[in-house]
Write a protein that binds this ligand. Structure first.
Ligand code: NAP
Length: 415
């Protein structure tokens, strides 16, 4: 039995188990929830109401999420005197599936990102970000409905590994001296240094997840997005190892673009997933001009970070884009935006990102019916033009509603 120092698990509810490599979800699973800093309080309140209502309605009261509040960020600092207590990590690991609001990260100095630490400590190696356009949402492109990409972003390596030395320190001098003397590089002595590790292990498990998803969900293609023309042994290797996984582990289910051109006159054989690769900069152009040619995108950490926000801009912005950090089984679903400090406790911000992350969580648990109700609720509410400030300022004739009112409208519109 897992022991916590300052939190007590709810008495009702059961734990999600992993049985024969599959999640076994009870009718009343205990789900740890980190409310988060800044606007976390507002969006999480609305999200919990919407998720509870959808489960109640979809399963006629037979199923229920039992929320278990755990702490990170400012609230953890106040309760534990530290930002990311062991209790929180233990709870997420033990209960397998969790939901999280945004957490503050200082820029430049100060502590490292708690989000990055959570992903690394819990080995949540895939950051999964699906994009879904709701009709009526204002968009800067002509055909936002073409944006149906799901991004699988590597979540533990790359420049996010946190291996950095500050300019002028004893450590950076040692690194620069060693590199310049031993490796014959010409790094300026007034440089800061960061390391970008990309491994076979990290790449293959990520690309494997992306291809499996494409096969199980009838997606037409998986694109490996990289900057391998410049960073040959990291990003270039990501591309090479990605093709390796595809061709060694999924040979009968995939076909590469090169094979299509050489032997198939570009005609995709039935039930084959096309594996292609694109250089990162060209990908940013393509998502604007030909988004419909891309379905699943697998990419190293930093590319994925940039790409997911650029894609989100087409479907209504950060307030509309969900995400999940997923390992072999443990999964932490979260709003993709930050704490938006100027809106803290104003009941203003758009809660859709964390609500849709909750939908991803429901689907991960196999409770798709509840997620579908929420999608319908959101779509109907947007059609009625009852939206939060971020969408209202871009929509003609819209009524501005509060975060809490938007949540209530979604619940009313679940049919
Ligand atoms: P941010 O919190 O995402 O907010 C930037 C702007 O994006 C907001 O001012 C707002 O723009 C818009 N926005 C964000 N969320 C929205 C929502 N739900 N609905 C409508 N608009 C939304 O980014 P930031 O200001 O750069 O970062 C603040 C803090 O959050 C930092 O400490 C950062 O490190 C942290 N952060 C955390 C996470 C995470 O926990 N996963 C992710 C990113 C950043 P307008 O004012 O123009 O409306």
């Amino acid at each position: 039995m897992v022991k916590f120092s300052k939190i007590t698990p709810p008495v009702e509810g059961e734990k999600i188990e992993i049985v024969k490599d599959k999640l076994q979800v009870p009718e009343n699973p205990i789900i740890p929830v980190i409310e988060g800093d800044g606007v976390g309080r507002d969006i999480m309140k609305a999200a919990r109401r919407v998720l509870d209502a959808s489960v109640q309605k979809a399963f006629n009261g037979k199923r229920k999420i039992v929320w278990f509040d755990v702490y990170a960020g400012e609230k953890a600092q106040a309760k534990y005197g530290e930002l990311l207590p062991q209790d929180t990590l233990k709870a997420i690991k033990h209960y397998v599936v969790a939901l999280k609001g945004p957490l503050t990260t200082p820029i430049g100095g100060g502590f490292r990102s708690l989000n990055v630490t959570l992903r690394q400590v819990l080995n949540l190696y895939a950051c999964v970000r699906p994009l879904r356009y709701f009709e009526g949402v204002p968009s800067p492109v002509k055909h936002p409905e073409n944006m149906k990409i799901i991004i699988f972003r590597e979540n533990t390596e790359d420049v996010y590994a946190g291996i950095e030395w500050q300019k002028g320190t004893k450590e950076v001098k040692k690194v620069i001296t060693w590199l310049n003397k031993t490796m014959k590089t010409k790094i300026r002595s007034d440089s800061g240094i960061g390391i970008k590790p990309i491994s076979v292990t990290g790449t293959k498990r990520l690309v494997r997840k992306a291809i499996r998803y494409a096969i199980e969900n009838n997606r037409k293609s998986v694109t490996l997005m990289h900057k391998g023309n410049i960073m040959k042994y990291t990003e270039g290797a990501f591309r090479e190892w990605g093709y390796d996984v595809a061709l060694k582990e999924f040979r009968d289910k995939v076909i590469t673009e090169a094979e299509l051109e050489k032997d198939y006159n570009w005609q995709v054989p039935p039930r084959k997933v096309v594996i292609k690769d694109r250089i990162a900069d060209s990908m940013f152009q393509q998502i604007l001009t030909r988004a419909d040619e891309y379905e699943v995108v697998a990419t190293p950490n930093l590319n994925g970070d940039y790409l997911s926000d650029a894609c989100a801009a087409q479907i209504g912005g950060l307030g509309m884009a969900p995400g999940g950090n997923i390992g072999d089984f443990v999964a932490l679903f979260e709003a993709t935006h930050g704490t938006a400090p100027k809106y803290t406790d104003k009941d203003m911000i758009n809660p859709t990102s964390v609500i849709l992350s909750g939908c991803m969580m429901l689907e991960y648990m196999g409770w798709r019916e509840a997620a579908e109700l929420i999608y319908k609720g959101i779509q109907e509410t947007i059609k009625q033009k009852r939206v939060t400030y971020d969408l209202e300022r871009l929509m003609e004739g819209a009524t501005k509603v509060r975060t809490s009112e938007f949540g209530t409208a979604i619940i009313e519109n679940m049919r």
